[in-house]
Design a protein around this ligand. Structure first.
Ligand code: PAF
Length: 286
């Protein structure tokens, strides 16, 4: 029998719940989401549950992280399904703030994590990570969790938010949950809902590309150019996919590397139909 899911909109109500738990000495974990929940989110919630007595999930489709021609208005919002999923996952509290709660009238404050925000996804989606860092900072200020859970699926986002928490001296531990995949390798994403059956078959190109890259790394290949070429060749086998980027970078700085030495991030992004999909592989020679 799943525990009862409480739901709040206001920050004051949210804080009352969290304060009550804190008085009892209960740890609080937080999973920020934009809804359209899938097994990847559920896996984060389960890990959050193991890391703390209480789990708070937010659902907020953040307008600030969408570009003018992106999918903000058609982003999936299956509210009833999301609630059932949260109940089944044993989440304690769902916070669904309004836009004016997160961005009060007259709002002028932005959080910018320099250097990490304007490469890879940030180069293709200008302003995206300022939108992400700004909203997550506000969500954290309201929830004040002990642990923040983020998905490895957007490794750049996780890195930026880890940096933000360190730089702003936030008393929160940031943890990453592994990417959850379909049996054929496709990384779970709310945006997979945009795919037609034919596009869905071809969307596997990204994970197949990464698999080709991993195979070379495991065999000892250390040339970034050769690894990137192999990933591109694999993606090119799927004619519906339009590559945005394939990049091999330092996993801590996101700077391009020529030869693999320390921990690297192999990141890919492509468009297919109305969807833009990302995936990545973190790998270290040791
Ligand atoms: O990854 C997401 O779903 C969003 O970028 C996040 C972290 C909830 C911020 O809006």
């Amino acid at each position: 029998m799943p525990a009862r899911l409480a739901r709040v909109r206001d920050v004051a109500d949210l804080r009352r719940f969290v304060a009550r738990w804190r008085r009892r000495g209960e740890r609080v974990a937080f999973v920020p989401t934009m809804g359209a929940l899938h097994a990847g989110h559920v896996s984060l919630m389960q890990q959050a549950r193991r890391s703390a007595r209480r789990v708070v999930v937010s659902i907020f489709v953040n307008p600030l992280q969408f570009g003018p021609h992106e999918d903000f208005s058609r982003y999936p919002r299956p509210a009833a399904r999301d609630r059932r999923l949260l109940e089944d996952a044993g989440v304690d509290l769902l916070w669904q703030p309004t836009v004016s709660t997160i961005y009060p009238p007259g709002d002028r404050t932005r959080v910018q994590v320099e250097g990490l925000s304007d490469v890879l996804e940030g180069a293709s989606r200008p302003g995206h990570y300022t939108g992400v860092a700004t909203v997550v900072m506000r969500l954290l200020a309201a929830v004040q969790p002990d642990v923040l859970w983020l998905g490895q699926k957007d490794a750049q986002q996780a890195l930026i938010l880890e940096r933000m928490c360190t730089d702003l001296l936030l008393p929160v531990q940031v943890r990453r949950g592994a990417t959850v995949r379909e049996p054929d390798g496709l990384a779970l994403s709310s945006r997979n809902a945009y795919l037609t059956p034919r596009q869905r078959q071809q969307a596997v190109a990204l994970s197949q590309g990464l698999a080709a890259g991993r195979a070379l790394l495991v065999r000892g290949e250390r040339s970034a150019a050769r690894i990137v070429r192999a990933v591109r060749a694999e993606i090119a086998c799927y004619p519906l996919m339009r590559e945005d980027y394939v990049a091999l970078v330092d996993a801590r700085t996101l700077a391009p590397v020529r030869a693999v030495q320390g921990r690297i991030l192999l990141a890919v992004a492509a468009r297919i139909g109305r969807a833009r999909l990302i995936d990545n592989l973190e790998w270290s020679p040791r």
